[in-house]
Write a protein that binds this ligand. Structure first.
Ligand code: GAP
Length: 513
């Protein structure tokens, strides 16, 4: 745990030092849980968005993208259920005065038991060596079985209490499990209360209920209210999807863990409209495809796992998370939800407008069912940074810090470095930079010794460093250094772009999907 906290701290300080993420309004001592993306962070974020947009919209002829307003008619949120049901169950510790999400306290308790099971499995793996069968061990070992039973029983009670909105039951479970406040260590808990997560503000100069509007807590509703506009103007046929990237706002009680949980964040969401009755098939399809999309980034397959929701949101009939192994442990990265026809039906009811699709093959009209994929852009950013940041001890005993960001996402694809600042090398380097920058974001750097410049590029994740030396002037060749292997290769100037494109072009990653 201690070690994980240190790891997160390392990521936060690296992100700040190299211009990826700054605390917001830092000169005024910052604003809690609010961050600004710096010059390299903005590049990385844009690249993540592009990877998502291209995979969703460009690779699917039946998916189109929109960009809806953050402000929406207030009835939207009444219809969607957010005014009445977008709540978190909160509990306060009377001694530390700290506020927690009751469900999170329970999930963290479950996670501790899960870690015990994992440790037991790892111990046995070391003991039995090659003959070890994990499935058999999990099915038969008494300690594992006992702990799994504990998890199942807690999960069942939690699901029952949350679904029935039995807040006293949630509190009782916390007491029965002896869960203590991590700050005060005491079990002196208040009642559990529901707290609405939407931020509200007032429109124009009129005060009162009529002018109260909300900052959207999810981008999805901008898609639902435009369902018919897009379907008609785009002549879309079911099944089809609408994608969107944009800001969302939630008054999170416990906003912490850097950019993992913020009050202002960005989502990349896609609503896929299908025939009623076919939603489970599409749910499975999108679960698989989204997992493939994540793994395709090469952050390590074992860093992902699924988590089926115990308590379904008010709109869903099935839901799961793709979790990532963040420095704080496995946590939600993306949600995949089967939202039924809930949203469109509600908007039809509240707006009085028909939101149906005429299916020419069935010769009938219906309200489509929806599968939603929803990934947090900031969380993906944190996942990339946490998998990428490495401190390596090299063969000669020296250390280096390297950000092994997937090349397509790297802020700069290459650095152009004249070996020395004289003899016409800077001029030649500028020429190469100019040719490359039409295709890739590249950085020119002539300051300091070449070794230090390489390290600087390692620290910001640049996959290639191109060095222009005296030989370049003679035969138009350069050395190209690979960030990860640190190997250098002498290549013709005319080959540089092909070498970079092989690993860092959109084509290179999209063709693996
Ligand atoms: N439209 C469905 C929806 O909003 P969600 O599971 O509440 O579902 C989707 O959110 C994703 O948005 C999450 O998986 C997470 O990546 C991201 N997200 C949610 N709340 C967040 C927060 N406070 N800060 C950063 N990202 C958040």
């Amino acid at each position: 745990m201690e070690q994980n906290q240190d790891r997160l701290k390392d990521i936060i300080s690296h992100a700040k030092e190299y211009g990826f993420v700054f605390p917001s309004s830092e000169i005024y001592d910052g604003l809690a849980a609010t961050y600004d993306y710096g010059q390299l962070g903005a590049e990385l974020k844009n690249n993540i968005k592009t990877y998502w947009w291209k995979a969703m919209v460009q690779l699917h002829e039946n998916i189109v993208g929109i960009d809806a307003a953050i402000f929406m008619h207030p009835t939207t949120w009444k219809a969607s259920g957010h005014v009445d049901a977008f709540n978190d169950p909160l509990i306060d510790n009377k001694d530390s005065k700290k506020r927690y999400r009751a469900d999170v306290l329970l999930e963290e308790h479950i996670e501790k038991i899960r870690i015990k099971i994992d440790k037991e499995v790892e111990k046995a793996r070391t003991r039995f060596g090659e003959e070890f069968s994990e499935d058999q061990f999990i099915a038969t070992n008494p300690n594992v079985l006992r702990n799994q039973e504990k998890i199942d029983s807690i999960e069942a009670r939690m699901k029952y209490a949350l679904e029935a909105n039995d807040l006293e039951g949630v509190r009782q479970l916390i007491l029965d499990l002896d869960i203590a406040c991590p700050i005060s260590g005491s079990k002196n808990w208040t009642e559990v209360r529901q707290f609405n997560l939407m931020f509200s503000t007032e429109l124009g100069s009129v005060a009162g209920d009529a002018s109260t509007i909300y900052l959207r807590p999810e981008t999805a509703q901008g898609i639902f209210v435009n369902f018919l506009n897009v379907q008609k103007s785009g002549r879309m046929k079911i099944p089809f999807g609408i994608a969107q990237i944009g800001k969302a706002f939630r008054n999170e009680i416990v906003a912490r863990q850097f950019i993992f949980r913020m009050r202002e964040f960005e989502q990349m969401e896609m609503q896929f409209f299908v025939r009623p009755g076919q939603e489970m098939e599409w749910y499975g399809y999108w679960k698989e495809l989204r997992t493939k999309w994540h793994k395709n980034l090469g952050l390590g397959d074992s860093n992902y796992r699924f988590h089926d929701h115990l308590k379904l949101a008010h709109y869903a009939n099935a839901a799961c998370d793709i979790e990532f192994n963040f420095p704080m442990g496995f946590k939600e990265l993306e949600g995949i939800h089967s939202r039924t026809d809930f949203d469109l039906k509600q908007h039809e009811k509240y707006s009085g407008k028909k939101l149906q699709y005429f299916d020419p093959e069935l010769n009938e009209s219906y309200i489509p069912y929806v599968i939603e994929t929803s990934v947090g852009l900031d969380r993906l950013f944190l996942a990339v940074m946490s998998a990428a940041l490495k401190n390596e001890i090299l063969e000669d005993g020296s250390e280096r810090t390297v950000l092994q960001i997937p090349p397509v996402l790297a802020p700069y694809k290459a650095a152009v470095l004249p070996l020395v600042k004289k003899d016409g090398l800077p001029e030649k380097a500028r020429e190469i930079q100019k040719a490359l920058q039409r295709e890739f974001n590249v950085q020119y750097d002539e300051k300091d010794a070449i070794g230090r410049r390489y390290r600087r590029q390692d620290s910001i994740g640049t996959p290639f460093s191109i060095t222009i030396d005296h030989q370049t002037l003679e035969n138009n060749t350069v050395t190209i250094r690979n960030r990860d292997t640190m190997q250098q290769e002498r290549v013709a100037v005319s080959q540089i772009s092909t070498i970079i494109a092989r690993e860092a072009s959109w084509k290179s990653i999209l063709e693996k999907l």
